[in-house]
Design a binder for this molecule. Sequence first.
Ligand code: BGC
Length: 733
Amino acid sequence: MDRIFNASWIKAARQPGEAVVDFIKDFTVKPFPVKAELQISALGVYSCTINGKNVTSSVLNPGWTDYNKRIQYQTFDVTSLIGKENTIVIGTGIGWRFHKWYDLSSKTVTHKTVAVIASLSLTYENGEETVIYTDSSWLYKENKVRYNNMYNGETIDYTFRAKAPHPVSVLAYTKDTLIPQEGEYITEQEIIRGKKLYTTPEGDTVIDFGQELTGYISFYVKGKKGDTVKIRHFEMPDKNGNVYTENLRSAKQLLTVVCDGNSHLIKPVYTFYGFRYIAIEGMQVDSADEFTAIVVHSDMKRTGYFRCSDEMINQLFHNIIWGQKGNFLDVPTDCPQRDERLGWTGDAQVFCKVASYNFNVEKFFRKWMGDLRAMQKPSGTIPSFVPTKFDDDGGSSAWADVATILPWQMYLTYGNRELLEENYMLMKKWVDFMRKWALKKKPDEGISTNPYLYEGHWHFGDWLALDLPDKEAVEGATEKDIIGCAFFYYSTSLLIKASEVLGKDCKYYKNLYKNIKRAFIRKYIGDDGRISCNTQTACVLALHFGLYNEKEPLAKQLTELVNSYGHLTTGFVGTPYLLHVLSDIGETELAYKLLRRDEFPSWCYPITQGATTMWERWNGYKPDGTFATADMNSFNHYAYGAVGDWIYERMCGIRQKEGTAGFTDIVFAPETTQQFSFAEASIETANGTVSSKWENTASGIDFTFTVPQNTQAVAIISGKTYKLTTGINKISV
Ligand code: BGC
């Protein structure tokens, strides 16, 4: 068992409000250990130094899990930091535990009590080992960070003088929930210098970093003793160019520094912000580059790239990448700025495919699937966001379906059967939940009693779709039961596929699958073959999941709807599949038209308004210069970035052969257009880089495909199949 399990949880004898607590231990070592290893975790977020040097370059440890069920601990090699006389300091902030939607149910600690647990083992050449554990011999003092909160920011007071250290209290808190680090560490990834310094019409001093990002700023504070510098972080100025913070809801996103007359390098440690702009008060600023923004996210390796002849689409791809950077912080969050920042299951489900092409997210999602398993209810349903403290039964279609869609997609991208094995019960229990629900007879509630339809459950619907007269309405016009039944069918299909890969009996589910389809068609598809709910999303789901007898009438219904509106109207549920379906029904040019459209509403409209990340809503900032309701209007929400998987798979044509996983068998089938002169994409797979490029020439189209080692590949161009070989393949037509 790891050493940390012999240590004790320690806390301040009196928690100093919302100030950061430093836990301190001085120790002397016999010269010199050949190895020193620190294991450490916290109820809160910690930063740790030994003799003034950071023990890790990662930040915001121990990350975010459902702390009632699991808390990650980290192991660091600290050999090079150890001297003869040593001091270890663990600064601990409240971190994600403050969350108004998250709390510890334990009576021994409130959600503002911070605590740490650690072991430091010192091993000598002869094999002898001594271990220092957190215990009652440790001391604590208050840190100059007088206030810390993930949503509201930090207050750093350089005039604060801590009292002499006090003995800590040992906390009787369980160690059963400790688990070794599972996810990717969150690290500082990029530094962006302030780009533009200006004064707003209302007189605020503002710096624009030119990129919406997640992280924090760094700068040298200047000021007389007692001066207070206040920095607000925000995403967008309003139409008059003034600071706009209403969409942050209750999140303050503030950094406050109280000066002591000396210059100090400022960088928050116990919080993060979602922003592109800062407004500075209380300090003279002469140049934008006095401030830098530090981008933080889970340390995922970038694997996917794309470029084409159209700068608008290149910017769209950039925004998709930044939507991912901004929201992959140990947990896949909906947004990084307002008082939410939660692991919304629907958003993650929608985006997970393109996420897995853009970056290697196998480890990141493997950890979060552990969170999902830990939070799945005994009934099989999944809360709407994870982690959560709500006693939330969730169960909304397209949100809870993360239970099947995410493990299956991770298997497809990485070809790792273990991901399916680990999550098989997660998938199965969710499908069983829907089946049990469908079997419940609820005639009193007027709910259909068909045992194969997942109806009558509460759902979010086609979130933020634009097909209701009220464009601020959130649920869209697509009947929720249609969404529920379609996803019941889809999730069952994925469970069958997973069962087949794992060699598990799935006769029951195959039968169920047939019956859902039959019941769906009987109830929702008319004699004319059209779906009863006349929305783009209803058609898209029926077509994408195969819920029809004949494709043509539905295809016609969909194209009529798109053409009559002249644009998409889909929300979170329909948008990820819309262009794929248009490609499938031979409407690739229409798909390109939607992709390239830049009037409202469209993927590119936000770019005409200067967007550098994906927006939550099609109408976040309207052509008339007004914002959508501040209640729900984030400018860094990755869900609509799901269109990126169409860019890789259809525009550039990098697809896997049906029935294979891990990019061992590739089918290049680019869908070219005359609208652009070239497009190219690459994905780094386990076998190496796969890439595809097409270019319109005077005489036709030139294709270049790169096939890595140990990979089978064909190209399908204008209906003709070409067998490809390892290395670069060129085809001209
Ligand atoms: C979140 C979404 C989420 C939704 C649930 C919102 O507040 O930001 O992205 O999926 O609630 O419908």
